[in-house]
Ligand binder design. Structure first.
Ligand code: SF4
Ligand code: MG
Length: 321
């Protein structure tokens, strides 16, 4: 069976600048794919492209394609994309406040999704809303449904956004940093809820995060993005045991530990350059402790690893050796 989501050699440009460069990823039902990388890697842009929101930010698919359950997203017009998003594809954004309308009651905001995408009547939609809220372990659902967003905690708001994403009975959930704004205990609860949905209902989850701890806890596979390209794509266990790409190794080395500056990469200074200044050759070369001459001029192509992963590094075999 073909994968539920297949991103094939996708390049995305905004205003003539290529921000995603030849990305290929795939995701099956019942699977969680983590998408990681520092900010500027292209994670959120990938999420916006998969959910059909690219035109909203002035972006376009320059080449390649995205197949969702066999349908090329490019073949769907704006109305088709709207139907897909909220219907078969649920989107959970980083900041729940951008997803919630501050002046509309919580219950109504969830109701509208199943009215729109499942054609439910007002009453049936509300019953479904309360049921979903119960599944997301929201206490006193009927009272919360009457509340406004500002009356709820951050963790509760994020649960509401997940309920909205689920209300259209999606096959795929795209979650962009769903726990970043939350404290650690609530983070763990939200991740548990999301992974539970995948395991129990066979949903597919594209989980965008910069937190390798979350990846280790939740994901089956992980794609490491750097400067708009895939650096490495592997099953989680082998990636953590023996990362083949120096950037993946650096990310794993920087799972936050006490006393470490937030966002710092172990032994690697600097940050992802803006897209107009991506260097030639391997885009990671200015920061790579292993870089040699060829890295500065020749782009490393993705090659298969013995365990069925992919890595784009001239020296991967030697480094993983
Ligand atoms: Fe480092 Fe070269 Fe590999 Fe790029 S190709 S990650 S610069 S060793
Ligand atoms: Mg982002």
């Amino acid at each position: 069976m073909s994968p539920l989501l297949s991103i094939e050699r996708l390049s995305v440009a905004i205003g003539g600048v290529t921000l995603l460069d030849d990305i290929s990823l795939s995701l099956d039902r019942g699977q969680i794919l983590g998408l990681v990388g520092e900010s500027g890697s292209g994670k959120s842009l990938t999420a916006l492209t998969v959910t059909g929101l690219l035109p909203l930010i002035g972006g376009r698919i320059a080449s390649g394609r995205i197949l969702f359950d066999g349908t090329d997203l490019a073949s769907l017009g704006p109305a088709g994309l709207r139907k897909l998003r909220g219907g078969r594809i649920g989107f959970v954004m980083q900041n729940p406040m951008t997803a919630l309308d501050p002046v509309q009651r919580i219950g109504e905001q969830i109701d509208v999704v199943s009215r729109l995408h499942l054609g439910l009547s007002g009453e049936a939609a509300r019953a479904r809303t309360l049921d979903l809220m119960g599944q997301l372990r929201i206490p006193e659902a009927a009272a919360v449904a009457e509340a406004y967003p500002h009356q709820l905690s951050g963790g509760m708001k994020q649960r509401i956004v997940i309920a909205m994403a689920l209300a259209g009975e999606p096959d795929l959930i795209v979650a962009d940093e769903p726990t970043t704004a939350l404290d650690v205990t609530v983070q763990a609860q939200i991740i548990q809820i999301l992974t539970g949905l995948v395991r129990e209902r066979g949903l597919a989850l594209l989980l965008i995060t910069h937190d390798m701890g979350v990846v280790a806890q939740a994901c089956d596979r992980v794609a490491v993005l750097y400067a708009g390209r895939v650096a490495e794509e592997r099953a989680v266990d082998p990636l953590f045991e023996r990362p083949a790409h120096p950037y993946a190794a650096a990310l794993i080395g920087c799972i936050p530990r006490e006393g470490m500056a937030e966002g710092s990469l172990k032994g690697i200074a600097g940050s992802v350059p803006p897209a107009t200044q991506f260097p030639p050759g391997c885009r990671f070369h200015p920061r790579c402790p292993h870089a040699v001459d060829i890295c500065r001029t020749e782009r490393p192509l993705l090659r298969e690893t013995p365990d069925g992963g992919l890595v784009a590094c001239h020296l991967a075999e030697r480094i993983a050796g």
